[in-house]
Ligand binder design. Structure first.
Ligand code: GUN
Length: 286
């Protein structure tokens, strides 16, 4: 039976480290949290981010804007926050209402306050091995692997999903960790055969329980990025946990695996923001 990778415990450790650093160094950090519209899931995420800020000793400044907010108004707010020296990080919760161009908003955030790591400059920095803000979910997965004693050096890593938020930055981070990386997507031929090569299988497809034991090599480490609400009200991931856990050596549960890591890494990006901007840390958060 696979050992569980405990994202709840590891995310708590990281938040505690942030809290200790902020207290020890007397840091005054502040995160602007921008929510547009009334998507209930986004409201829950934003609420959890604000709670985590409070825990770590980070001031959160909240902007809750109506769904009718224009793109121009949102860009003006981002610009104001860029100029505001008391703000260290800007988080605009995605998805945005369809009349607002997300790419335009992401590009408008100063790369030095882009604690989500979504700005093209930070994505580019990651690709060429320079210091910058890292996308929180993939950076959190690296922490899960490291803190669970998973060796990545020379290992076959297969990532299913090529999104800008998870799949692509994940591939860059695993390359940095000296893994041999394959990225699969909806056009991949023989998906099962490719997945069965993986020593580390990272699943971010967005389809409930799609990956069962037939995709997994004996002894592989399986990371499940998906989260779905089932008809019975329970949560599940993209991985069929009951089928895969007898085959894998280590596996993340849903809930309590990757999910809590995203917020913990956001806290780490805010806490470390001055070091990241001054480029003092070569490889931040790793
Ligand atoms: N929506 C879903 N995940 C995220 C995230 O990590 N950051 C932001 N800003 N929006 C999201």
């Amino acid at each position: 039976m696979a050992e569980l990778i405990d994202g709840k415990k590891i995310s708590q450790q990281i938040k505690d480290e942030c809290r200790e650093k902020i207290e020890r160094e007397g840091l005054q950090k502040s995160l602007a949290v921008v929510l547009v519209g009334d998507d209930p899931a986004s409201a829950v995420y934003v609420g959890n981010k604000k709670k985590a800020c409070e825990y770590c000793g980070i001031k959160s400044v909240s902007y809750e804007l109506s769904a009718e907010t224009s793109e121009k108004e949102l860009l003006e707010l981002v610009d104001k926050l860029n100029q505001d020296e008391s703000i260290d990080g800007i988080l605009v919760q995605l998805p945005l209402p369809s009349h607002i161009d997300e790419d335009k908003v992401i590009k408008a955030i100063s790369p030095d306050k882009d604690v989500d790591g979504f700005h093209p400059e930070n994505v580019g920095r990651l690709s060429i091995g320079q210091s910058g803000f890292l996308s929180c979910t993939p950076a959190g997965i690296i922490q899960l692997l490291k803190r669970s004693g998973v060796d990545t050096d020379g290992k076959e890593c297969v990532i299913i999903g090529r999104s800008n938020i998870v799949g692509k930055p994940m591939a860059m981070l695993m390359l940095r960790e000296n893994a041999t990386v394959t990225v699969c997507h909806s056009h991949t031929k023989d998906l099962k055969e490719v997945c069965k090569r993986a020593d580390i299988l990272i699943v971010a497809i967005g389809r409930p329980k799609m990956i069962d034991a037939s995709y997994v090599k004996e002894g592989a480490v399986v990371i499940d990025v998906g989260i779905h609400r089932q008809e019975d009200g329970k949560l599940c991931g993209d991985v069929d946990f009951d089928s895969v856990s007898p085959v894998a050596s280590k596996i993340t549960p849903v809930p309590g695996g990757v999910g809590p890591m995203t917020i913990a890494m956001l806290m780490k990006n805010v806490t470390d923001s001055s070091d990241i901007i001054s480029k003092e840390l070569a490889y931040i958060a790793i």
